[in-house]
Design a binder for this molecule. Sequence first.
Ligand code: C5P
Length: 202
Amino acid sequence: DSQFTIAIDGPAAAGKGTISKAVAARFGFAHLDTGLLYRAVGRRTLQGLEPIAAAHALTPEELEQGDLRTAEIAQAASKVAVIPEVRAALVDFQRAFARRSGGAVLDGRDIGTVICPEAEVKLFVTASPEVRAERRFLELIAKGNDISREQVLSDVKERDARDTERSTAPMKPAEDAVLLDTSDLSVEAALEKAIKVIEAKK
Ligand code: C5P
């Protein structure tokens, strides 16, 4: 059949989201931003719910409700993401999405290592913390969030540390991942490199 999985991992604001969306559109694949799953659970905990119960109760519709891309929800997401039972509750949904026919792009932290170790293409997208913080700062400001550059940089570093140091599914490149550092690349240039990697494996 027509199963083809592209796993795109990397830290916050490295360009994963932009690349994933563009790649999905280009190849006609479905796209899942797996960070939204953790963000939706994080938002529930901010409302007072217990994280493991919230992860089990998560519905796909919830991923489209309201703005999950705030700095507060990002921090809450990275806190629930260290809990092994939260991660376990979200595995089946992600794997089913990855195997849908017609192809799928999943972006996150552990797609190439844990969720889809058999993915046909694995990319690990990085950029320096300063470059990532500046990009995220501009995005948040454009959406009307009231936040400083310094706060965004310290949030990004805190989240990186939590994501790389946790014992369950830490963020790291899969052994067979292709590394793509976007620090000095335009969106167009980064996208062109990603597409070359994918085309070589199709
Ligand atoms: O990618 P995004 O910034 O939306 O992810 C929010 C948080 O969710 C991350 O900081 C990380 O802690 C967690 N996450 C994860 N595994 C994924 C995707 C996101 O642990 N596959």
